[in-house]
Structure formats: structure tokens, C-alpha cells
Design a protein around this ligand. Structure first.
Ligand SMILES: NC(=O)c1ccc[n+]([C@@H]2O[C@H](COP(=O)([O-])OP(=O)(O)OC[C@H]3O[C@@H](n4cnc5c(N)ncnc54)[C@H](O)[C@@H]3O)[C@@H](O)[C@H]2O)c1
Ligand SMILES: [Zn+2]
Ligand SMILES: [Zn+2]
Length: 307
């Protein structure tokens, strides 16, 4: 959404920002947030860029923050880790981007130099990773400071649609990498996706690159399930009756699925994934639920590895 739309979604009355002030969505503790005045960010390090945000969006992770699930986010933090914008200023160490460049902001900040970056594990970067809208002020604002800009920005493809391209900041690669690639979807697989939000739908779209035999979409919202149908889900399961796992086991004649991908982020949906995994299958969960995932990862149940 544009910053004007975010403004409308989050505040009642907004005055245009002037001088060094800007409007931003600010977290003030669980359940409390406001669209308010903040100082515009300035260059702090040579690798920084200041980007004027033209399109941003709201991630399920922002909703977890607002519920108080991520205590590392402190009072006063500007939320948001996705965005499209125009470079307004660059530090002396930035070589790949110039003032006026239109860019896609990655939700992951990468220095490109540390051991993790050199292994392509940018989300574990020793000088970055996911910090925007988490431990550093984020993109739900008129301006954002992007550290390690050379590794954290991407040139915007000319002529493309901003609302489509903002999906590349986080949602589409998360669904594809964390869900489909780590879940090792293969031709002929039966795949269950729990959660038909943007991330679950991105999993659904990209899982189809690997020609699975069936994709079950599980959610509590019929409207989202209807969209999943349009996007290629073969079976829809509304789990509000509490019997999602039972329905999946019926559909698979008791075998369970080859791949179960969790895209909600609450214990109940992890439980569904664990209950429906068939022999030799994989259970892939959202990266933000690290504590829960590490518990899941360490378990082998009935000969089934939960990765
Ligand atoms: N890099 C990452 O690891 C990363 C990036 C983005 C999002 N995420 C995580 O992915 C998850 C999904 O993100 P999103 O933006 O799609 O979220 P979202 O909130 O838009 O969508 C969640 C969906 O889950 C459904 N849902 C809620 N409770 C349910 C239940 N009990 N059973 C079944 N469905 C239920 C909702 O109806 C909704 O459709 C979140 O946990 C988010 O934090 C992780
Ligand atoms: Zn996100
Ligand atoms: Zn790094």
C-alpha cells in the first residue's frame, strides 16, 4: 500500500509532514500503535542509504509484534520491513545505488562480507539479518534508513507495478524459500499449507513449480480459502471446526501428506502440521517461530523427520 493508504488505515487525522519531520507507524507496546510524527532518518554509517518509501505493506509478523509476541521490539520502534522507494541520499561507502534510483527494499539486511553472507545465509548476517522494523526503525514511514545498502536494496525493474514488486521484499521469497524449497516439494507430492495469508498463498503459487499431485489449503477464513482455490489449491479445508487434521487424514486415506507447511505462526497450527505428516514427509514452519521450530526440529516422531 502507499504511505497515504497506510496513513488512512492507521490514523484518523494526518497533517502533512514538513522540514525534517515525517509520518511513521510507531509501536508503543502490545496492542498500541500510532501514525505519528518522527524525525526523518539521517545517514549514520558510510554504507547507509536513505530511501523515500512510496509503497509498503503489512506482514503477519507485524501482527505478531502488535500482539506482543516479539519482545525485542521496543516502545517507539517504527514498524515495517517491506517496501519500494526512491533513494534520497547515500553514504560514501555505497557504490551500487545513487540518488534517484528506484529500489526494492529487502526485509533482510546483508553486509555481503561476513561468513554467513558468504554462504548465502543473508538472514543470519552478523551485521544485519532481519532488523528493519524489529531492532531498527522500519519501512512503514515516509523515509527509512537502510544500512548495508549495497547488500540490502535491489534495483526496481523499470515499468513494473509497485504493489506487485513489494511482494519481493519478503512475502514471495519467504513462501518460496522457507516453505517450498526447505519443505523440498517434489513432483507428485501431497502438500498441505496451513494459513492462506499472503505467505501461505506465496507458498501455494510457488509450490506449483514442482508439480505436486495435490495441495490442501487450510484456514479459518472462507474468503481466503476462495482465493486459494483461484490460485490453484486442489482441496480447501476450513479448520474452524478444530478437525483439520482429521479431514486431511480422510482425504489421504490415512497416509498423511508429504509436505506440511505452517504459515500462521501459532501453536495450534504447528500441531496440525505435526498431526498430518505422513511417513517420510517434511514439516516446514515459519522462520519467526524460532523457539517452537527448534523444538519441532529436534523431534523424530514415528520415523518421520520434522525439519
Ligand atoms: N521470513 C520469515 O520467516 C517470515 C516472513 C514473513 C512472514 N512470516 C510469518 O508467516 C506467517 C504468515 O504470515 P502472513 O503475512 O501470511 O500472515 P497473515 O496474518 O496475513 O495470515 C495468516 C492466515 O492464517 C489464518 N489463520 C489464523 N488462525 C488460524 C488457525 N487457527 N488455523 C488456520 N488458519 C488460521 C488467517 O485466517 C490468515 O489467513 C506469520 O507467522 C508471519 O510471522 C515469516
Ligand atoms: Zn515479514
Ligand atoms: Zn553479513
Amino acid at each position: 500500500m502507499t504511505t497515504a493508504e497506510l496513513e488512512r488505515a492507521t490514523t484518523k487525522a494526518v497533517a502533512p509532514s514538513v522540514g525534517t519531520a515525517m509520518k511513521a507507524l510507531v509501536y508503543h507496546g502490545p496492542g498500541q500503535y500510532a501514525w505519528e510524527d518522527k524525525l526523518r532518518p539521517a545517514i549514520q554509517d558510510p554504507g547507509d542509504a536513505i530511501v523515500r518509501v512510496t509503497t509498503t505493506t503489512i506482514c503477519g509478523t507485524d501482527l505478531h509484534i502488535l500482539k506482543g509476541d516479539l519482545p525485542a521490539v521496543t516502545d517507539g520502534r517504527i514498524l515495517g520491513h517491506e517496501g519500494i522507494g526512491v533513494v534520497e541520499q547515500v553514504g560514501t561507502g555505497v557504490s551500487e545505488f545513487h540518488v534517484g534510483d528506484k529500489v526494492i527494499i529487502s526485509c533482510v539486511t546483508a553486509c555481503l562480507k561476513c561468513d554467513f553472507c558468504k554462504r548465502g545465509m543473508y538472514s543470519h548476517c552478523r551485521h544485519g539479518g532481519w532488523i528493519l522494523g524489529y531492532t531498527l526503525d522500519g519501512t512503514q514511514a515516509e523515509y527509512v534508513r537502510i544500512p548495508q545498502a549495497d547488500g540490502s536494496l535491489y534495483h526496481f525493474p523499470p515499468g513494473e507495478d509497485e504493489e506487485a514488486m513489494v511482494m519481493l521484499s519478503d512475502i514471495l521469497p519467504t513462501g518460496f524459500e522457507c516453505g517450498v524449497l526447505n519443505g523440498q516439494v517434489k513432483p507428485g507430492d501431497t502438500v498441505a499449507i496451513v494459513g492462506a495469508g499472503p505467505v501461505g498463498l506465496a507458498v501455494l503459487l510457488t509450490a506449483q513449480f514442482y508439480s505436486p499431485a495435490a495441495i490442501f489449503m487450510i484456514d479459518i477464513d472462507d474468503k481466503r480459502l476462495a482465493i486459494a482455490k483461484q490460485f490453484g489449491a486442489t482441496n480447501l479445508i476450513n479448520s474452524s471446526d478444530g478437525h483439520a487434521a482429521h479431514h486431511v487424514m480422510e482425504l489421504t486415506e490415512g497416509a498423511g501428506v508429504d509436505v506440511a507447511i505452517e504459515a500462521v505462526g501459532i501453536p495450534a497450527t504447528f500441531d496440525i502440521c505435526q498431526a498430518i505428516i505422513g511417513a517420510g514427509g517434511h514439516d516446514q514452519v515459519g522462520e519467526d517461530m524460532v523457539r517452537r521450530r527448534s523444538r519441532v526440529q529436534s523431534r523424530v516422531i514415528q520415523g518421520v523427520l520434522l525439519s
